[in-house]
Design a protein around this ligand. Structure first.
Ligand code: NAD
Length: 499
C-alpha cells in the first residue's frame, strides 16, 4: 500500500514514523493509502531546514520572490488535471469542484505575486529637525499552517502563498485525511524555484500539532478547522508566545425575504447547501424564509429541486456532489439527522440509507431537508457539515436577522431580496464576518480578507488580502537623524518631542 510521507528539506523524508493514518477512497469506501503521523523529531528536521533557508530567502528581493510565485502559478495550472483528480480521489468532491478548490487557492497566489508592492513601507521626511521616520514590514521567520480536510488545496495556498512571498519559511501540517495534494503543491514550489526548506510538509495528528504549538522557533501559526480545536490551538499557541490566527466552524444562514426571486434562490441554495456534500465552512445549511407564504412556497420548490440532484462518484462529470470524506464523518452526519428527528424537527427528505449502485460501500449521503427547525434545537446550534438543509421559519425581518446574529458561529450569512434598504440594514446590523447580498457563498476575493466572527475565528487577523500580509509580517519603525555638527543639542534628559 502506498505510504504518504513528509516533504522535508526538499525531498521525501524516509518513513521513520511509528504511527500511520488511513487515507480512504471515499467513492469505494476502502483504504487506499497510509499517511505517516509524525512526531517532534520530524518537526525538528523541518525546523532545521527552515532555519537554514529563511534568512537568504528574506534577503532575496521581493521581485525575485514574486517570480517564484508566478512560476508556481503556471506549474499548478499546467498540472491542474492531475491535482484535481488526486484531490477528488481522497476528498470525494467532484472534479469540477476540485478544480474550483485549486483555482481559489491560485487566486491568493496571484495576490501574493504583488508582494513587492504590498511590502512597500511608509516614510515621513522631516518628522522633526533633521529627523526622518520610516516603517517597513519584515517577515516573522518560520511560520506554520495547520489545515482541514475540506479544502486541501485552497487553504494551504491561502497561508503559504502570502507567508512565503513575504519572506518567511513555511511548514504545512495538512489534514491527515487527504494529504497528497499539499505534498504535490510543495513539490511544485520547489520546481518553481523556491529554495529547499522554504515550503515543507509534515503530516500528523494532535501529536504533531502540539509539537508545532510548542516549538520555540515557530513564530506564527495559522489554523483552519473545527471550533473546539481552533480554540485549543489559539490558546496553546498564544500561551507559547506565538502569533496565532485560528479559523473555526460555521453554521451559515440564508435569509429569504418575501420579495426574493424564489426560483433563483432555490437554484443557489441547492448548490450552496449540497455542493461538496455540504463539507464547506461557507455552505448554507440553514435557510430562513420570512413569512409563512415565503416558507411554504420555498419548501414546495425545494422538494423537486432536491429530488433532481444527482449524487455520484467524484469522477462522474454529471454528479452534483460525491461522497463525504470517510465512514466516521458519514456516521456523524447521519447521527445529526437522527438528532433532528428526535428533537421534533420535520424530516421532509431523508438522505440516510442512500446507496449508489456499484459503489454500495462508498460514503454517500443523500440530500436531506428539515422543516420547522427551532433555534432551541441542538441540531440547529451545532455544525453538521453534511448535505443537510434546515428550514427555520421566521415571522419578520427582525426575527430573521436575530437568528444568525445570536448564533454561536458567525462565519458567513446571505440575504436574498430585491429591497435595497433591507439589504443595507441587514449588512450593517448582522453579527457575522462575511455577508452576501443575493450571493449565497460570500467568500471574499483574494485581495480582500477571509474571516468569520464569534466562534468561527480566534485571533486578530483574517486570511489573505492585506490582513494576510499583516499576519505574516511585523512592522519595524526607524527614526533617523544625520547630524552635521551644527545643531544645538536639546536637553537629553527630557523625553524627545517634535514640538
Ligand atoms: P478538524 O478540526 O478535525 O481538523 C483540522 C486540523 O486540526 C487537521 O489538520 C487535524 O489534523 C488537526 N487536529 C485534529 N484533531 C486535533 C486535536 N485534537 N488537536 C490538535 N489538532 C487536531 O477539522 P476538519 O474536520 O479537518 O475540517 C472541517 C472543519 O473545518 C469544519 O468545522 C469547518 O467548518 C472548518 N473549516 C473552517 C473554515 C474557516 O475558514 N472558518 C474553512 C474550512 C473548514
Amino acid at each position: 500500500m502506498k505510504t504518504i510521507g513528509h516533504l522535508i528539506a526538499g525531498s521525501a523524508a524516509p518513513a521513520a514514523a511509528q504511527r500511520f493514518g488511513d487515507v480512504f477512497d471515499p467513492n469505494a469506501g476502502v483504504v487506499q493509502a497510509r499517511v505517516a503521523l509524525g512526531d517532534a523529531a520530524a518537526l525538528e528536521a523541518a525546523v532545521a531546514a527552515a532555519r537554514a533557508a529563511q534568512p537568504a530567502w528574506a534577503a532575496t528581493n521581493p521581485q525575485r520572490r514574486a517570480r517564484v510565485m508566478f512560476a508556481f502559478k503556471a506549474l499548478v495550472e499546467k498540472n491542474m488535471d492531475q491535482l484535481a483528480h488526486m484531490l477528488s480521489s481522497e476528498h470525494g468532491k467532484v472534479i469540477a469542484d476540485a478544480k474550483g478548490d485549486i483555482q481559489r487557492g491560485l487566486e491568493v497566489i496571484e495576490f501574493a505575486c504583488g508582494v513587492p508592492h504590498l511590502l512597500k513601507g511608509e516614510y515621513t521626511q522631516g518628522a522633526g529637525p533633521g529627523i526622518d521616520v520610516y516603517s517597513m514590514r519584515v517577515p516573522l521567520g518560520i511560520g506554520a499552517g495547520i489545515t482541514p480536510f475540506n479544502f486541501p488545496a485552497m487553504i494551504p495556498m491561502w497561508m503559504f502563498g502570502v507567508a512565503i512571498a513575504c519572506g518567511n519559511a513555511f511548514i504545512l501540517k495538512p489534514s491527515e485525511r487527504d494529504p497528497s495534494v499539499p505534498v504535490r503543491l510543495a513539490e511544485l514550489m520547489l520546481e518553481a524555484g523556491a529554495p529547499e526548506g522554504i515550503l515543507q510538509v509534515v503530516h500528523g495528528d494532535k501529536e504533531m500539532v502540539d509539537a508545532i504549538l510548542d516549538h520555540p522557533e515557530i513564530g506564527a501559526v495559522s489554523f483552519v478547522g473545527s471550533s473546539d480545536i481552533a480554540h485549543y490551538v489559539y490558546s496553546r499557541g498564544v500561551a507559547a508566545g506565538k502569533r496565532v490566527q485560528a479559523m473555526g466552524g460555521a453554521k451559515n444562514h440564508g435569509v429569504v425575504m418575501p420579495d426574493a426571486d424564489l426560483d433563483q434562490v432555490v437554484k443557489e441554495l441547492a448548490g450552496a447547501a449540497f455542493g461538496s456534500a455540504g463539507e464547506r465552512c461557507m455552505a448554507l445549511p440553514v435557510v430562513v424564509p420570512v413569512g409563512e407564504k415565503t416558507a411554504n412556497a420555498l419548501r414546495d420548490k425545494l422538494i423537486p429541486a432536491i429530488a433532481a440532484l444527482r449524487i455520484g462518484v467524484s469522477t462522474d462529470p454529471d454528479a452534483d456532489y460525491g461522497p463525504v470524506v470517510n465512514a466516521a464523518h458519514k456516521a456523524r452526519v447521519e447521527g445529526w439527522i437522527q438528532t433532528g428527528v428526535d428533537e421534533g424537527a420535520e424530516l421532509v427528505v431523508d438522505g440516510r440509507g442512500f446507496a449508489l449502485q456499484g459503489h454500495e460501500k462508498g460514503f454517500f449521503i443523500g440530500p436531506t431537508l428539515f422543516d420547522r427547525v427551532k433555534p432551541s434545537m441542538q441540531s440547529y446550534k451545532e455544525e453538521i457539515f453534511g448535505p443537510v438543509l434546515q428550514i427555520v421559519r421566521a415571522e419578520s425581518f427582525e426575527e430573521a436577522l436575530e437568528l444568525p446574529t445570536k448564533h454561536q458561529y458567525g462565519n458567513g450569512v446571505a440575504l436574498f431580496t430585491r429591497n435595497g434598504h433591507a439589504a443595507r440594514e441587514f449588512a450593517a446590523r448582522v453579527n457575522v464576518g462575511m455577508v452576501g447580498i443575493n450571493v449565497p457563498i460570500p467568500v471574499p476575493v483574494a485581495y480582500h480578507s477571509f474571516g468569520g466572527w464569534k466562534r468561527s475565528a480566534f485571533g486578530d487577523h483574517n486570511q489573505h488580502g492585506m490582513e494576510g500580509v499583516r499576519f505574516w509580517t511585523r512592522v519595524k519603525t526607524i527614526t533617523q537623524r544625520w547630524p552635521d555638527g551644527s545643531a544645538e543639542g536639546g536637553n537629553a534628559f527630557v523625553i524627545p518631542t517634535m514640538g
